[in-house]
Write a protein that binds this ligand. Structure first.
Ligand SMILES: Nc1ncnc2c1ncn2[C@@H]1O[C@H](COP(=O)(O)OP(=O)(O)O)[C@@H](O)[C@H]1O
Ligand SMILES: [Mg+2]
Length: 260
């Protein structure tokens, strides 16, 4: 059996890709799966550093086999791209005996990010709660909220779907989630939801459940821990932690992963 590949992607920084990647990877580890993780955003390196902090946390916390890949900077673009493709292929081969591979990608378009997208069995795109973020998927007209055209990112996903089809692989299951939601009811929030519902049919993604804005996500990074490790670190669980865990469980269920 080949590993099942989950990619976090969105051509915008700060939407929660690395945070969600970490939580999904640790959820799978805690449930007894062999998990490989790849950071193709080695320049920023958030996913890689999160795992470094986790290694240093000690104790009996499960770890993935982690690989960070840097973009090749050769001035010959074609050469650089083929070296990137080789590095990615090597990493995938190294992780071939794992149940799952979770890949974090940068908030901009790079050859490595494209390759990673083409290997996604599931692609998760977190969006923050604003039209700035929605712009990553689609251009919307200001006056009547009409959907004008898919964005460059949506087109890139479309192209990577074609790459998969050429390799005879099944289509990417694209899951869009909203992250850092406030509990306030606003017109903006409702408008975004309306557009996303229409868009999900138009460009082919499933609109999953997301995560509320919770300060715990910011606090966890330096300790290398996730919401799922809190008891081990002696943190007293509060209602916000429990709700956040529930949100993670809902996302996992929504993804309908094999073997789960
Ligand atoms: N649900 C959330 N609530 C509060 N802060 C969050 C949440 N999700 C992510 N963050 C914070 O937002 C920032 C960006 O998240 P990150 O995962 O690094 O995004 P990306 O990888 O897309 O650039 C980080 O400081 C992270 O701790
Ligand atoms: Mg990141």
């Amino acid at each position: 059996m080949k590993p099942y590949v989950i990619v976090l992607g969105n051509e915008k920084g700060g939407t929660g890709k690395s945070t969600v990647a970490m939580h999904v990877a640790v959820y799978l580890l805690i449930n007894g799966f062999k998990v490989g993780t790849i950071d193709v955003d080695a320049r920023q390196g958030t996913f890689t550093r999160y795992f470094e902090h986790r290694k240093n946390a000690g104790g009996n916390i499960p770890l993935s086999e982690h690989i960070a890949i840097s973009n090749n900077n050769d001035s010959d673009k074609t050469k650089a791209q083929s070296i990137d493709a080789e590095s990615f292929d090597k990493a995938m081969k190294q992780l071939t005996f794992h149940d799952f591979i979770v890949i974090d990608t940068p908030g901009n378009d790079t050859p490595l990010a494209r390759i990673a997208h083409s290997y996604a069995d599931t692609l998760i795109t977190p969006l923050n709660d604003s039209f700035v973020d929605l712009d990553v998927l689609v251009k919307v007209s200001h006056n009547d909220m009409k959907i004008l055209s898919p964005s460059i990112y949506a087109e890139m996903v479309w192209n990577q779907r074609k790459e998969r089809a050429k390799r005879g692989e099944k289509p990417i299951d694209w899951v869009v989630i909203r992250n850092r939601l406030t509990t306030l009811y606003t017109k903006n929030k409702r408008d975004i939801n309306v557009v996303l519902e229409v868009l999900s049919k138009r460009i082919g993604f499933r609109l999953g459940t997301g995560f509320c804005e919770r300060v715990i996500f910011k606090e966890l990074f330096l300790s290398g821990l996730t919401l799922l490790d809190l008891e081990k670190s002696g943190v007293q669980l509060n209602i916000s932690h429990i709700s956040a865990r529930q949100e993670l469980r809902e996302l996992i269920n929504f993804m309908k992963l094999p073997k789960l």
